[in-house]
Write a protein of this length. Structure first.
Length: 345
């Protein structure tokens, strides 16, 4: 049985209607559409064929049909019309990225909020992969005998700090000297190369405590690996507004799956090399989100992908609108981060 143009048009109409209403679609609903000049009987026959082909399903409580995951995949790949944001929506996004956003973490939080607010789904944003950013300044601050706080500032305005072990009895003046030498030697050095940098000035002075220097450099590198903690989540409870999640056990399973952010981190890191990715229902590997669809996109700094943003919603997600939002918001966050890096440098 062929999926001809008439069947494709009827299937598109069913999917469009179901995305909007979450109500099984009957032949009478489709027959009333102005661009479909077919009788209800003819549409019923076509819908029966589509069900036989695996594109429609019939809930046992309703005479109407609902799209299958196979139908959504065809819709996304071949049928869906590209959506555009309104000028008012574009202005709203532009205003959200004002000049007051001068820290990466703040920009990431704002991006997650804008995406969840405008999509009405759950959003997630992975902080930029900072291994390529460059060191601007390093300061070692004593906190107790044998312990110091290593504070690192990068050219993207990102600040990280971590506690490190230092030789006991090391004075504030000695730590200040080490800070100056580390800054001088590592300024402009990418984070990913820190652990392998040779610093002969310090190795000569600290020969007996070379382990301290090696550990300090390794700690500086490690402090920029946020792991699951680098995922910013927004709108987690938005999913509870959809009838698919009126079952509280289903809602609890979803909220539990995203609570630790491990699942989200895995999703975002696996999509880090793909411009746009759409996983529908069972296509998701994580069991607790196989009733959802996940759309991800990368954002860039200076033309290079550095992070990922995504949306989680019901399988009947408004894919066209979500993609339009992610294209525009992804472009906006890319521009803001690129400008921030250039200003810091």
């Amino acid at each position: 049985m062929d999926l001809d143009m008439r069947k494709m048009r009827i299937l598109q109409a069913i999917i469009d209607d179901y995305i909007m209403t979450a109500t099984p679609v009957g032949s009478r609903t489709i027959s009333k559409l102005p661009d479909i000049s077919l009788s209800s009987a003819t549409i019923r026959n076509e819908m029966s064929d589509l069900e036989e082909m695996g594109y429609l399903e019939q809930p046992h409580t309703s005479a109407g049909r609902v799209p299958s995951e196979k139908a959504y995949r065809l819709y996304v790949n071949s049928i869906m019309q590209r959506a555009e944001l309104t000028e008012a929506e574009k202005r709203f996004i532009k205003n959200c990225y004002s000049n007051t956003l001068d820290e990466v973490d703040e920009i990431v939080r704002q991006t997650a909020w804008v995406l969840s607010s405008m999509s009405k789904y759950t959003s997630m944003v992975l902080k930029p992969a900072l291994t390529a950013v460059r060191i601007k300044h390093i300061q070692l601050v004593p906190v107790s005998d044998g312990r110091a706080l290593a504070v690192v500032v990068t050219d993207m305005g990102v600040t990280r700090d971590t506690l490190i072990n230092v030789p006991r009895g090391m004075s504030y003046q000695q730590l200040e000297r080490v800070s100056r030498i580390l800054t001088a030697r590592l300024q402009g050095c990418p984070i990913r190369d820190v652990a392998s940098v040779n610093i002969p000035e310090l190795q000569a002075d600290l020969n007996s405590q070379r382990e301290f220097l090696n550990n300090a450099l390794a700690a500086l590198h490690k402090t920029f690996d946020d792991g699951p903690g680098g995922v910013q989540l927004s709108g987690a409870t938005n999913m509870l507004n959809y009838p698919e999640y009126s079952d509280m056990s289903k809602a609890r399973s979803f909220l539990a799956a995203i609570e630790t952010k491990d699942v989200l981190y895995k999703i975002l890191t696996e999509a880090a090399d793909v411009e746009f990715s759409i996983k529908i229902g069972q296509e998701n590997q994580e069991k607790d989100i196989q009733d959802c669809s996940v759309v991800t996109a990368v954002y860039k700094v200076g033309g290079s992908a550095v992070g990922t943003l995504g949306v989680i919603g019901p399988v009947r997600m408004d894919y066209a609108r979500v993609l339009a939002l992610m294209r525009h918001i992804g472009k906006s966050v890319s521009e803001v981060l690129t400008n921030l890096m250039e200003e810091e440098r």
